[in-house]
Every structure is written in structure tokens, then in C-alpha cells.
Design a protein around this ligand. Structure first.
Ligand code: AMP
Ligand code: MN
Ligand code: MN
Ligand code: MN
Length: 286
């Protein structure tokens, strides 16, 4: 098991726990090094860092930036960012500013399919209203009895081709990498196994093109062991890491006790050929 968990969410984006609760849960599960990576926001980092200090956990300032690359939404994790860096702060603010309007359009689309009152309902789940997103809609739609769980909502609604889906322009790939690196952080391609083209997985050729652009713009790492990857995908992305000279990262992508692929600190070790991303900030062994 890895003692590092470098990808998870608090209530400041679409997780269900406060940063302090999240850190307490990580400590119970023997996580030694934790990064909080809320979507498009750094507001939870201070609370998490304070809690981590109490538990003796090494805390890493992180973020997960929403990016539009060609027609695809991809996510770039920044590790060891400076949450006060002006260009990063302004970039994240600009991404968040589109979320409210998108949510209104999502609610209108659902209303046309006979599902009303969703914006008000979803907002009740968004502790940080600027960060309203699909997960908050999904939680409300479960509460209202439209689906049995969050995953079923994403199968029937909110994804391309289904009611409630609204295309959106997030940050561009180069900007996201520049904001992260400009603040002293390391840019990591999040969960490459999750990207889709329409309703199908992203093809291999497209993924290789994404990796090449990511590297050309200064991307440094790739999530190999992710809560949302299968063991064959660990091997596949370890190979790509080697091919593209990328550091390997790992994270549960934990969102809450009821909804996550994997709990905090429950990640298996990397494939042998991986160079862990933390070698870039830890002193090399003597
Ligand atoms: P948004 O940034 O508002 O588009 O929301 C994206 C979030 O929705 C992701 O970070 C996940 O937490 C969640 N999500 C996306 N697809 C799924 C899915 N198939 N099942 C469960 N959650 C999903
Ligand atoms: Mn999420
Ligand atoms: Mn993600
Ligand atoms: Mn995530």
C-alpha cells in the first residue's frame, strides 16, 4: 500500500467532507503524505494544512484544474502549488466564474426533460456556490428520487448526449500548466484512463497526442495509480510515463465515504518501472 495520497476533494469543491474531516480520515488510514486537490479552487488548503500539522501528516498544496483540450474535458492536477500566486488565483477565479451560468443551463435542460427545481436543489449541496458542478446536481437528483445513486445519475443524465449535459469551455491546457508551474508547482495529468470521446473511451492515438502536447507545454507527471484506474491501466500508464519521461503520481480521487472509487490511503504500489513524483521534492537517498 502507498502512504501517499495526492488527489482528493473536500467540500470546497465536490467532496462531502470538510478539509479537517478529510485529513482526520487520511490519518486513520495511515496516509503519511496528503495533497488536497479541489477542483478549480484553493480555498480549503489552509484548513487542511492546519489539520495535517496536528496529525503529523506531510501536507501538499494541490488543485485539480478543469481544462478543455480539443473537444475533451481533461483534468490537470497541480502539486506543491503556491495558493497565493496571483496568476494561478486569477486563472482559477476565471474558471469558477462560468460555473453558475452553466448550472442554470443544466437546470433548464433537465426541466425540458420534466425534471424541475434542480438548480435550487443542487445549490443546497454546493457548500461553495461558486463551485457548483455536476456532482451537486447528481446528489440532489438522488435525494429527489430520480436515480438510486450518483453513479446512476451520470449514466442517465449530465453526460454528453443526455439531458442536463451542457458543453463548457474550461481553461486551455497550456494556461493550466503555466499557472501551476508559474506558482512553483508540478503539473500532473489526472486519471488518463477516465477520458472519453463522446460516450466511448478516448482512443489511443488521441491520448498519445494529448500526452505529447502536455509534455511540450511543460507537463511533468501522470497519474498511474488512481482510484479510478484498473490494474491493467496502472501498467498501461506506467509504460506511457516511461515513454514520455513523466513522473508517476497516485491518488484515490476520494470525494466522500459513500461515493468514491477508493478510500483515502488505499492505493496499491506503483509498477516497478515508475519514478514517483515525490522524488522531485524529496532528497535523493544517499
Ligand atoms: P464538473 O466539473 O462539474 O463537470 O463535474 C465533474 C465531476 O463529476 C468529476 O470531478 C467527478 O467528481 C464527477 N463525475 C464525472 N463523471 C462521473 C461518473 N461517471 N460517476 C460519478 N461521478 C462522476
Ligand atoms: Mn469531482
Ligand atoms: Mn478529475
Ligand atoms: Mn478529482
Amino acid at each position: 500500500m502507498l502512504a501517499y495520497d495526492l488527489h482528493c476533494h473536500s467540500r470546497y469543491s465536490d467532496g462531502t467532507l470538510s478539509p479537517a474531516e478529510l485529513v482526520a480520515r487520511a490519518a486513520e488510514r495511515d496516509v503519511k503524505v496528503l495533497a488536497l486537490t479541489d477542483h478549480d479552487d484553493v480555498a480549503g488548503l489552509e484548513e487542511a494544512a492546519q489539520a495535517a500539522a496536528q496529525y503529523g501528516i506531510e501536507f501538499i498544496n494541490g488543485v485539480e484544474i478543469s481544462v478543455t483540450w480539443r473537444k475533451h474535458t481533461v483534468h490537470i492536477v497541480g502539486l506543491h502549488i503556491d495558493p497565493q500566486n496571483p496568476a494561478l488565483v486569477e486563472g482559477l477565479r476565471s474558471i469558477r466564474s462560468g460555473r453558475r451560468h452553466r448550472a442554470e443551463l443544466m437546470a433548464e435542460s433537465l426541466a425540458r426533460s420534466g425534471i424541475g427545481g434542480v438548480l435550487e436543489g443542487a445549490l443546497r449541496y454546493a457548500s461553495n456556490p461558486e463551485m457548483i458542478g455536476r456532482t451537486h446536481f447528481a446528489r440532489y437528483m438522488v435525494e429527489a428520487g430520480h436515480c438510486k445513486d450518483v453513479r446512476s445519475v451520470f449514466n442517465r443524465y449530465l453526460v454528453k448526449g443526455k439531458p442536463g449535459y451542457v458543453p463548457h469551455d474550461w481553461a486551455n491546457l497550456q494556461d493550466a500548466i503555466l499557472w501551476i508551474r508559474g506558482s512553483g508547482g508540478i503539473a500532473v495529468l489526472a486519471h488518463p484512463g477516465r477520458y472519453t470521446a463522446g460516450r466511448k473511451p478516448m482512443g489511443r492515438t488521441t491520448l498519445l497526442e494529448l500526452l505529447q502536447e502536455f509534455v511540450d507545454f511543460g507537463g511533468q507527471g501522470i497519474e498511474v495509480v488512481s482510484g479510478s484506474h484498473t490494474p491493467p491501466q496502472y501498467a498501461e500508464f506506467a509504460r506511457y510515463a516511461k515513454e514520455f519521461g513523466l513522473l508517476c503520481s497516485c491518488g484515490s480521487d476520494f470525494h466522500g465515504p459513500e461515493e468514491s472509487y477508493r478510500d483515502l490511503g488505499r492505493l496499491p504500489d506503483f509498477p516497478l518501472e515508475c519514478t514517483p513524483v515525490w522524488t522531485s521534492w524529496e532528497a535523493a537517498p544517499a
